[in-house]
Design a binder for this molecule. Sequence first.
Ligand code: FE
Length: 205
Amino acid sequence: MHISSINTIVLLPQLPYLDTELEPVISAKTISFHYGKHHAGYVNTLNKLIEGTPFAGQALEDIVLAAAKDPKAVAIFHNAAQVWNHNFYWKSMRASGGGEPSGTLKRSIDNDFGSFKEFREAFSKAGVGQFGSGWVWLTANRGGALEISVSDNADTPLTAGKTPLITLDLWEHAYYLDYQNLRANYIAAWFDKLVDWHFAEENLG
Ligand code: FE
C-alpha cells in the first residue's frame, strides 16, 4: 500500500516491522488484512471525506479532536480516530517484545496498580470484558496517574485529554484469523511476546 505524499492528505505510515516478524503471535495473514485492508481503508476513506473541507491539511490528531466535537463530522471522527488508534497500536508492539517495563514506568505501575502482575491482570480483564469492538488502553491522566480504560469502536482517550501509553486492538479483525474467539489468548500472547514497553516509556515522557 502506498499513498503519494501530498501534504493535504493523511498518510498510511510504514509498519515498524515486516509483516512476518510478529509471528507466531500475530500471523502475516492477519497483518496483511489488518494493515493492508482495514487500516489502509480508514486512511483512504478519511482522505475522501476531508477533501475540500476545513479538515484537509490538518494534522491527524487535530482532525480527531476537532471532529469529536462536531456532530456533522461523525464519519470523519470514526475514520480519523481509527487511523490514529492503528498508528499507535502498531507502535505498541515489536518483535521480541513482551516482558515487564523498567525505570519510571515500572515505578508508576507499581505505585498505581500494586505490581506489574496486578496491572497485567486488570488490563487483561478489561480487554476480555470489552463487549464487541474497541480498544484497551494504558493512559496517564493530567495529574500523571496511570489508568486502564477501554473504548468502544473508534473511540480514543485522546478526546478526554489523556495521554495514551500503550494500546491493544480488540476488534475481531486483530485476532480472529489466529485465535478465533479466544481473545484472552491473544491478550496473553501479546503480553508475553509483543508489547513494547520502551514505546510506553517514551509516551510517559
Ligand atoms: Fe484494527
